[in-house]
Design a protein around this ligand. Structure first.
Ligand SMILES: Nc1ncnc2c1ncn2[C@@H]1O[C@H](COP(=O)(O)OP(=O)(O)OP(=O)(O)O)[C@@H](O)[C@H]1O
Ligand SMILES: [Mg+2]
Length: 643
């Protein structure tokens, strides 16, 4: 904080080097701590927690550009402290060198409030205990504008307006309101997870995005954050080894997400983004969750403060372990032993269970196969179409393939144990014009296929590739990529809800996914409806799936919808409606398509080939992977050194 008359020292002109003005120093420092509105929320909510608050409220307008208001019922400050708090390097949390090695609070650098004040208009209202009179301090761009008595708010309230008004570059780098809000929600969730006894509420543009009451346990708090159904699939973890302690909740192998937003990792109560920690967690789940998927893990790692340096980065989200290797081993072992305890399961059995939808070698899925008619996407509908149960049983209908895979008679289930994404899709790139051209060039070289229908089917290799013959060519087709392309075209071509043939679910599927994910999904209601998928908010933190595209199993659509929710909340979805539509169509297609290792009858293969003929561009899946590869006889002959 600077006095209103603060003027930088004059440059004498005699030297090239000069000491920067306070204002510039402060602004540079602020840039390190405050990257975006969520950083302000993080710092101020952490201050509230450090002040012993039992209630923290956050209000956001305009994605944080217009207003950020954080209030608490913590210890508050008297006038002198309130003014000191706004100075750089002023803190009540450490005093001596030794204190730095034994930090027990979230803050300790004494720079958050001054940094925020430097790049915004900040109003601080605060008061101590039952005093009637509190203090109001106003700063604009770090310059003190007003100090006055004010009613005691019974704690502290900070209002931040015009964030980044004097750092235009930072302002320009801000993303959409939706993305910035996603970050704010994430920050509040991560602090709330570590403080179950504190209530947190976040309101934005008239909507409540987070509302968690004081909870008696971590599990109850986790329910409020990740949703009850997800929390039901989290196992308790408590492991101790010498001075290292691990406590938390860890996902069963059947629970996994499309991104790492489900990793809640803490060191001595502080949320961190540490490579060693993340690496150890993911290593423990390798081979347990499918490739490209991430577990949900709430992990509190406690270790002696002198074993970890938290003063590595201004945002304090990075730490340095004295002995990273032993931490890595401890984290990984703690997770493995917690999961091994589940029903005596070993590392291999949960995996096998997670992949349980796949037939065991030699096991026929013949009973799944129902006669199918063309035009209703038989490949997707068979074995999974549980949308309309047979007469006499409304819910919990064991589908043709056996009992309801979700094992949930009411259909209230979030993470589908059988939901394993089609492998090979994650990480693939979008089908760009360049890729399309490349495929087309290759096709031109060998001439177009007469038609897919004209191929003679030789069989299925590794239950993944279709071997076909066309003239003197061997044509190998990736069954998942092919079906994905077919479904993608179908989803993409429906632009109105009325275009998409849908099946209404007699018993809507309820996805209890937590408020932010539920709201984010419902924001895309219209787009989803265009693609044949009807969702509606149901209660506080649940989405009801009312209709799915005709011929596609609700369980498959549920998987796609859950992934979409994760991506929307993580802010990793494209901003424009066209890109979002493309990605959503690709996501639905990927989840709904027949998978690698699904056995297909010759008849089913033929239907798929006929569908490929009606597809606009049948040579690559929407992610840009090839659908087919052609080998002329001459090439096959060369393999065997024949003419
Ligand atoms: N909500 C609050 N309630 C009570 N006191 C507060 C509150 N917010 C800040 N303070 C006081 O103001 C001081 C300065 O806060 P500031 O966030 O700038 O620094 P810090 O929390 O000490 O360290 P850091 O920069 O690492 O966050 C704190 O040490 C604390 O004493
Ligand atoms: Mg602080």
């Amino acid at each position: 904080m600077r006095a209103p008359s603060n003027v930088p020292a004059e440059d004498s002109g005699a030297t090239r080097i000069h000491v920067l003005s306070d204002s510039l120093i402060n602004r540079i420092a602020a840039g390190e701590v405050i990257e975006r509105p969520a950083s302000v929320v993080k710092e101020l909510v952490e201050n509230a927690v450090d002040a012993g608050a039992s209630r923290v409220e956050v209000e956001v307008e305009g994605g944080g550009r217009a207003l950020l208001r954080i209030s608490d019922d913590g210890c508050g400050m008297g006038r002198d402290d309130a003014l000191l708090a706004l100075e750089r390097h002023a803190t009540s949390k450490i005093r001596t060198d030794d204190d730095l090695d034994a930090i027990e609070t979230l803050g300790f650098r004494g720079e958050a409030l001054s940094s925020i004040a430097e790049i915004s208009r900040l109003e601080l209202l605060t008061g101590v205990g039952s005093d009637e009179v509190g203090t109001r301090v106003v700063l604009d761009g770090g310059v003190l504008k007003d100090v006055a008595d004010a009613p005691n708010p019974g704690g502290t309230e900070v209002r931040v307006r015009r964030l980044f008004f004097n750092t235009p570059v930072r302002l320009k780098f801000l993303r959409s309101t939706r993305t910035e809000m996603a970050h704010v929600v994430d920050v509040v969730h991560r602090i709330a997870m570590a403080h179950p006894h504190v209530s947190f509420r976040l309101d934005a543009e008239g909507r409540t995005l987070v509302d968690v009451a004081p909870a008696e346990s971590l599990r109850r708090r986790a329910e409020g954050i990740v949703g009850r159904s997800t929390a039901a699939k989290l196992r308790d973890m408590a492991v101790e080894d010498g001075s290292l302690r691990a406590e938390g909740l860890v996902s069963e192998p059947s629970l996994h997400r499309s991104n790492n937003s489900g990793l809640y990792l803490y060191v001595n109560g502080r949320h961190v983004k540490d490579r060693t920690f993340v690496g150890a967690v993911l290593a423990a789940y390798r081979g347990v969750v499918p490739r490209g998927r991430y577990p949900v893990v709430v992990f509190f790692l406690d270790l002696p403060p002198d074993e970890v340096d938290v003063n590595v980065h201004p945002t304090k989200s990075e730490v340095r372990f004295r002995n990273g290797r032993s931490i890595w081993r401890f984290v990984s072992d703690a997770l493995q032993s917690s999961l091994r305890g589940v029903d005596g399961a070993t590392w291999t059995t949960p995996h096998a269970k997670a992949l349980g939808h796949e037939s065991e070698p030699g096991q026929s899925r013949g009973s799944d196969v129902r006669p199918f008619q063309e035009g209703v996407l038989p490949l997707a509908s068979r074995a999974m179409d549980r949308a309309v149960p047979p007469a006499g049983s409304l819910s919990g209908w064991p589908g043709p393939g056996g009992p309801d895979p979700a094992g949930s008679p009411s259909g209230r289930e979030v993470e589908d144990p059988l939901h394993v994404p089609a492998r090979g899709c994650s990480g693939a790139t979008r089908l760009t014009d360049e890729l399309r051209e490349r495929f087309e060039r290759r096709t031109q070289q060998s001439g177009p296929l007469p038609s897919f229908e004209s191929l003679s089917v030789l069989g299925q290799y590794d239950r993944t590739f279709l071997l076909c013959e066309s003239g003197d060519e061997l044509v190998v087709i990736d069954q998942h990529a092919a079906h994905e392309r077919v479904l993608f075209e179908r989803f993409r071509s429906s632009t109105l809800p009325s275009d998409a043939p849908i099946q209404r679910l007699l018993v809507p599927e309820l996805l209890e996914i937590g408020r932010p994910r539920a709201l984010a999904l419902c924001d895309q209601q219209d787009l989803l409806a265009d693609l044949g998928t009807e969702v509606a908010l149901f209660g506080e933190d649940t989405v009801a799936l009312h209709a799915v595209p005709a011929g596609i199993a609700a369980s498959r659509i549920r998987g796609a919808v859950l992934d979409l929710a994760d991506e929307l909340v993580a802010g990793s979805v494209p901003a424009t409606p066209e890109r979002l539509r493309y990605d959503l169509a690709a996501l639905l297609a990927c989840h709904s398509a027949v998978r690698a290792h699904d056995p297909l009858s010759v008849e089913e293969i033929r239907v798929l080939l006929r569908q490929l003929d009606t597809t606009d561009f049948a040579y690559a899946c929407p992610h840009g992977r090839p659908v087919l590869v052609r080998f002329p006889r001459s090439e096959v002959a060369r393999w065997f050194v024949r003419d």
